[in-house]
Design a binder for this molecule. Structure first.
Ligand code: IMP
Ligand code: MG
Length: 175
């Protein structure tokens, strides 16, 4: 655990929520006349999922998945497994994966392939943050809130050892 004094604001709440609203408007235009099946990757994607949904105007369904995550480490284990699967069928659905951050790309590479195999009509990705310099596996991200440098960030759903998810801004940790 670190002291909250070690957390510096990287993206403040107003900037973040304004950008998320823009993404919601863009998604609404792109999916005009369609129903959107939003799949949140828990737990980190939860705050982005709710904020983004508020500015989407097409009909929306919500589902949630839990995938293997970092645990308490600052680096990815490289393996992805499903801990909680979908509640509904996505056969023929237009799926939007809602993720907090794309880092190595392993999680989303695995998940988008998995969802296509489940019969989705389309699978797109919306991420609040992207760290493109960290990519190990290529992923096509359709909607990105902010691209950031390779800093470990917390807040707005993102954790360090399960803490700081509730911070209403994106902060980085001064090590
Ligand atoms: P990937 O499979 O390496 O792209 O890992 C993505 C996941 O790692 C994200 O969904 C986060 O849960 C976690 N993660 C990556 N970078 C950070 C970070 O800076 N802070 C907190 N969690 C992170
Ligand atoms: Mg995540």
């Amino acid at each position: 655990m670190f002291d909250e004094k070690q957390i510096e604001v990287m993206i403040d709440r107003e900037t973040l929520e304004k950008r998320i609203a823009e993404l919601g408007a863009e998604i609404s235009r792109d999916y005009a006349g369609k129903e959107l099946y939003m799949i949140c990757v828990l737990k980190g994607g939860a705050m982005f999922m709710t904020e983004l949904s508020k500015s989407i105007t097409v009909p929306v369904l919500w589902d949630f998945m839990v995938l293997s995550s970092y645990g308490n480490d600052l680096i990815s284990s490289g393996e992805v497994s499903i801990k909680k699967n979908l509640d509904g069928s996505i056969d023929g659905k237009h799926v939007l994966i809602v993720e907090d951050i794309v880092d190595t790309g392993r999680t989303l590479c695995f998940l988008s392939e998995y969802l296509m195999k489940k019969g989705a009509a389309s699978v797109k990705i919306a991420t609040m943050l992207d760290k493109p310099s960290r990519r190990v596996v290529p992923v096509k991200v359709d909607y990105t809130g902010f691209s950031i440098e390779d800093e470990f960030v917390v807040g707005y759903g993102l954790d360090y050892a399960q803490r700081y998810r509730n911070l209403p801004y994106i902060g980085y940790v001064k090590m």
